[in-house]
Ligand binder design. Structure first.
Ligand SMILES: Cc1cc2nc3c(=O)[nH]c(=O)nc-3n(C[C@H](O)[C@H](O)[C@H](O)COP(=O)(O)OP(=O)(O)OC[C@H]3O[C@@H](n4cnc5c(N)ncnc54)[C@H](O)[C@@H]3O)c2cc1C
Ligand SMILES: *[C@@H]1O[C@H](CO)[C@@H](O)[C@H](O)[C@H]1NC(C)=O
Ligand SMILES: *[C@@H]1O[C@H](CO)[C@@H](O)[C@H](O)[C@H]1NC(C)=O
Ligand SMILES: *[C@@H]1O[C@H](CO)[C@@H](O)[C@H](O)[C@H]1NC(C)=O
Ligand SMILES: *[C@@H]1O[C@H](CO)[C@@H](O)[C@H](O)[C@H]1NC(C)=O
Ligand SMILES: *[C@@H]1O[C@H](CO)[C@@H](O)[C@H](O)[C@H]1NC(C)=O
Ligand SMILES: *[C@@H]1O[C@H](CO)[C@@H](O)[C@H](O)[C@H]1NC(C)=O
Ligand SMILES: *[C@@H]1O[C@H](CO)[C@@H](O)[C@H](O)[C@H]1NC(C)=O
Length: 615
């Protein structure tokens, strides 16, 4: 083995009274000239899933692991660790992707957010840390993925986290309930509650019960149907963000068999015949290309926007597209880049004329904010320990509207062919039909939610279409590996998706009329009360919605190959060997949840699968 010189990257200490907790200060990277010529595993993308898999595979000191990440290591800028400042990540750590004009919404274009940084989405996300319902994951299993139901994934959700229950005073004051039996107590990602919570969350939860839904004891127990408290990806040791970088990289930095190469983009996977043998990569900002071998597997974890890009650049994808770009076809896999899903939403606005204290209007008060910042800096308490909220409601369609069966029947009657442009590969259409049929059964059985209402301490709420049936695509239109892929959300292409949003807005008005909201003087503002007809509400929904909650998924779907799948339940790419995908792109149907905890669970399971076949 050549000697390995490891570069110590100086970390910038925040100049607050309590600086960044020193246990995670030493980040180590390897520079290009110090790479081995080959590794057992080469991982493409050092994001949420990539770092999780790298951590687990490098537990065996005899196996060498290289992670190549296009983004930089964060320099401990406050946005990466102070929960309240999550939205202030500097632009150099972000992608700049914009969609094509979306025909479902007056040809508007929309950004797609993603982190270009070690840690990926987990470094920049809102830290909301919930799970889908059992029905969400059982759908994956029932689509042909044995081993991917709720019971199969629960051990991996647990393995991924250490859950810190709220203290008894908080439990008493806010009525938080939880079930320790569904939580991990020794995993790398820390889940906990901030030290500051809004009292009106109790009204939000009670109102949904009055509405006719319920309050699960623990929304991460597989029962995520109803309104419940949720923790954050927050390390209570210092009240800092818990993310893939500090949990799965800094924590294991002493492992000599784990190398991280940031600021380098993988340009393609190399094949000998149809066996992946390594990758080619380039420094960002330099066109020089270098190769590295993978003895056991190349593992793709570039995230749902970029995993299809890497596969397509490598000759794995729809052959027509590849031929057009003069990319030699390694395997014709029409599903690569299709089945793109996210969570569309709109914000319904309302006021509480008789709100409780404290409430979200406080954050407009600079004096108050300064005091809260002081509390965080000196004592690690207060408002700055909060991120994107601690409650949400996930409401099944039959609880939302009397039109549930009518809407489900409308989905069931749709012609799969008409969901796609003419010429679309038949396996992709068959895959949509299979997903549609499975979703229709789940909605009828009431095992999945239709709408999320986030996050609830005010009458202003995100109304999120949480089980859409519209599907988009992500495809390259250039062989430049640093060019943005073409993002088509396929947003609201399916008219029933819009109908469900219309019912969801009406249900929002009704929930505001429940006693627990009325006690706070809840009144809807937008949409205004004079927009009443379904037709007018439809137009409203189309005009104000956005296609993304930054949950891109499904672009290298885990589905049978004859259903447009890209990977099987072993996460290996069809038609080639020694190549797997382990990130949010494998999600066959987006679960009714914020997806980071699901991505960690997928990656934990992926690592076990990869270890087992390479033992
Ligand atoms: C702004 C935002 C807010 C969010 N809020 C929440 C939330 O509150 N709660 C929640 O649960 N989820 C949230 N999410 C979603 C969640 O964070 C993501 O779904 C998850 O992090 C995705 O993980 P991943 O491993 O699939 O991809 P990522 O974590 O994005 O990792 C992919 C990595 O691959 C790298 N890469 C791409 N191409 C290449 C290449 N060619 N070569 C080398 N490297 C490459 C990327 O730079 C990136 O670091 C949010 C996401 C965003 C962006
Ligand atoms: C996005 O734009 C910002 C600001 O121009 C830039 O610093 C950053 O490098 C861009 N991101 C990528 C991935 O190119
Ligand atoms: C959207 O764009 C398409 C294709 O360019 C065009 O046919 C259509 O009329 C446009 N729709 C609207 C509402 O502008
Ligand atoms: C702003 O906050 C300070 C500190 O909590 C408080 O004294 C003051 O009354 C607040 N101002 C307003 C207008 O609410
Ligand atoms: C400091 O934190 C403790 C809990 O950790 C809390 O009880 C106390 O009120 C806080 N002090 C200040 C000044 O915020
Ligand atoms: C749904 O139907 C029931 C019974 O027919 C009726 O009482 C109720 O008001 C209806 N709810 C809505 C929101 O229309
Ligand atoms: C690729 O598509 C984008 C729009 O998504 C466009 O801006 C760009 O010019 C296209 N590039 C090529 C080479 O066609
Ligand atoms: C609703 O009322 C507003 C003014 O309050 C008006 O501008 C708008 O046109 C009305 N919309 C409808 C659909 O009546």
């Amino acid at each position: 083995m050549p000697s390995i010189r490891l570069v110590i990257v100086a970390s910038i200490f925040a100049t607050v009274v309590l600086g960044f907790p020193s246990t995670t200060l030493k980040a180590r990277v390897v520079s290009e000239q110090d790479l081995h010529p080959s590794y057992d595993y080469v991982i493409v993308g050092g994001g949420t899933a990539g770092l999780t898999v790298a951590d687990r595979l490098s537990e065996d000191s005899r196996k060498t692991v290289l992670v190549i990440e296009r983004g930089l290591l964060d320099q401990r800028e406050e946005a990466f660790w102070i929960p309240l400042l999550a939205g202030q990540v500097p632009a150099k750590y972000l992608y700049n992707m914009t969609s094509t004009p979306q025909i479902g919404s007056h040809n508007r274009t929309f950004r797609l957010q993603a982190g270009c940084v070690v840690g990926g989405g987990s470094a920049i996300n809102g830290m909301f840390f919930d799970r889908g319902s059992a029905g969400d994951y059982n759908l994956w299993r029932d689509l042909g993925n044995s081993g991917w139901g709720w019971d199969d994934l629960l051990p991996y959700f647990k393995k991924s986290e250490t859950f810190h229950p709220p203290d008894s005073a908080t439990v008493e004051k806010f009525g938080i309930t939880y079930d320790m039996s569904v939580h991990g107590t020794s995993g790398p990602i820390h889940a906990s509650y901030p030290t500051f919570l809004y009292p009106a969350v109790k009204n939000f939860l009670a109102a949904w019960k009055e509405f006719g839904s319920h309050n699960p004891i623990d929304g991460t127990s597989g029962d995520a149907l109803g309104a419940f408290w949720t923790a954050n990806a927050l390390d209570p040791n210092g009240y800092i963000r818990s993310y893939a970088r500090n949990a799965h990289y800094d924590r294991v930095e002493s492992r000599a068999n784990l190398h991280l190469l940031p600021a380098h983009a993988v340009t393609r996977v190399l094949f000998q015949g149809t066996t992946a043998s390594g990758v080619e990569f380039m420094p960002v900002g330099d066109s020089r290309r270098t190769k590295v071998n993978a003895k056991r597997e190349v593992i793709i974890a570039a995230g749902a926007p970029h995993t299809p890009q890497v596969l397509q650049l490598s000759g794995v994808g729809p052959s027509e597209l590849l031929k057009k770009l003069h990319i030699p076809v390694v395997v014709n896999l029409p599903g690569v880049g299709h089945n793109f899903q996210d969570h569309p939403l709109l914000f319904a606005d309302g006021v509480l004329t008789n709100d409780l204290d404290p409430n979200p209007s406080y954050s407009a008060n600079e004096t108050w904010l300064e005091g809260e910042r002081f509390k965080y800096d000196t004592n690690r308490t207060g408002f700055y320990t909060t991120s994107s909220g601690n409650a949400a409601a996930f409401i099944p369609l039959h609880e939302l509207t009397n039109r549930s069966e009518e809407l489900v029947a409308a989905y069931a009657a749709q012609d799969p062919k008409l969901q796609f442009p003419t010429g679309t590969d038949s396996t992709i259409i068959a895959g949509w039909r299979a997903q549609r049929d499975a979703l229709v059964s789940s909605i009828r059985a009431g095992t999945v939610a239709a709408t999320e209402y986030a996050n609830g301490p005010t009458a202003w709420m995100g109304v999120v279409l949480i089980k859409p049936l519209s599907r988009g695509s992500i495809t390259i239109n250039s062989t430049d590996p640093l060019a943005n892929p073409v993002i088509d959300y396929g947003f609201y292409k399916n008219s029933v998706d819009v109908d469900i949003q219309v019912e969801a807005v009406k249900a929002w008005r009704r929930v505001l009329s429940m006693p627990s909201w009325q006690a706070l003087g809840a009144q809807p503002i937008d949409p205004p009360n004079n927009i009443t007809s379904d037709e007018d509400l439809r137009e409203y929904v189309i005009q104000v919605s956005m296609p993304t909650t930054s949950h891109p998924s499904g672009t290298a779907g885990m589905l049978p190959r004859n259903l447009g799948g890209v990977v099987g339940p072993d996460l290996r790419v069809y038609g080639v060997s020694k190549l797997s995908v382990v990130d949010a792109s494998i999600i066959p149907m987006i679960p009714a949840t914020h997806i980071s905890s699901t991505v960690y669970a997928i990656a934990e399971k992926a690592a076990d699968l990869i270890k087992a076949r390479n033992a």
